[in-house]
Design a protein around this ligand. Sequence first.
Ligand SMILES: Nc1ncnc2c1ncn2[C@@H]1O[C@H](COP(=O)(O)OP(=O)(O)OP(=O)(O)O)[C@@H](O)[C@H]1O
Ligand SMILES: [Mg+2]
Length: 287
Amino acid sequence: MSEPVLVALRGASYAYEDGPAVLSGLDFEVRAGRALALLGRNGSGKTTLMRLLSGGLRPHSGQLTVEDRPVRYDRRGLTLLRTTVQLVVQDPDDQLFAASVFQDVSFGPLNLGLPDTEVRARVDEALTALDISALAERPTHLLSYGQRKRTAIAGAVAMRPRVLILDEPTAGLDPDGQERLIATLDGLRASGTTVVMATHDVDLALRWADDAALLTPSGAVTGPAEATLARTDLLEQAGLRLPWGIAVAGLLRAQGLLTSPAPGPRTAEELAATTSGHSAPPVPADN
Ligand SMILES: Nc1ncnc2c1ncn2[C@@H]1O[C@H](COP(=O)(O)OP(=O)(O)OP(=O)(O)O)[C@@H](O)[C@H]1O
Ligand SMILES: [Mg+2]
């Protein structure tokens, strides 16, 4: 993990009014170009952490930095932060407010004071990336849940952030909608956006992420997804189960069907490819 740190929290603590500390002394780094999955049990502070990273909340102690420079929480500093980091909240209804899809997606770029032609170019680009160009003039209140989710993501993408943070983006989507969203995020990654997502889906985290961060009571542990998601001690603390692919890789190794250093399968397709060199077990002959 030698990629430069884009955004980081150093020793960050946060508590909501009258509440106990949600995060205390937390160190957390987002590295350029590394797809990062954030996992942890309900109430562990994933959403709080994402709001700290995007400047919606301010740490009570510690620091948020962008490329090692501390973020300033005045208008200029926050505008600078918003062009670097964009958060898509879990519920699109908390994010969407304009009458039409086009108006909603153009709000951020308009607010940056960009000329109309630039705003239009960014909105077109974001709608294309999210595959919702046909919905541009549709009133937002008439959209389906999945369409509202895409519109909310397009609004963030139109800001051309370097880091796109998504809070449980696949929750509430059907399987095809999830696959389309992952393909969209892969497209954004390919064009240079660093993507961070909170998810409870360990299998998705294993197949999608370069790195996984597990939020436990003693802090965040971040490392390469395959190694981190195999740590049963951490998984237990984070209230998660072992990903399917890691369990299968363990079985394959025990059977001698996978050599130790080879990466394990993360999907059924990869499992088929892993085992295709081996002959199928003999079929019992009819007597
Ligand atoms: N606006 C708020 N006011 C007071 N307490 C809050 C607020 N938002 C969250 N909390 C508390 O902060 C803690 C962390 O919540 P947070 O939403 O960050 O967790 P999470 O990991 O995102 O959980 P989930 O998996 O359920 O989304 C919880 O105990 C929660 O009750
Ligand atoms: Mg949450």
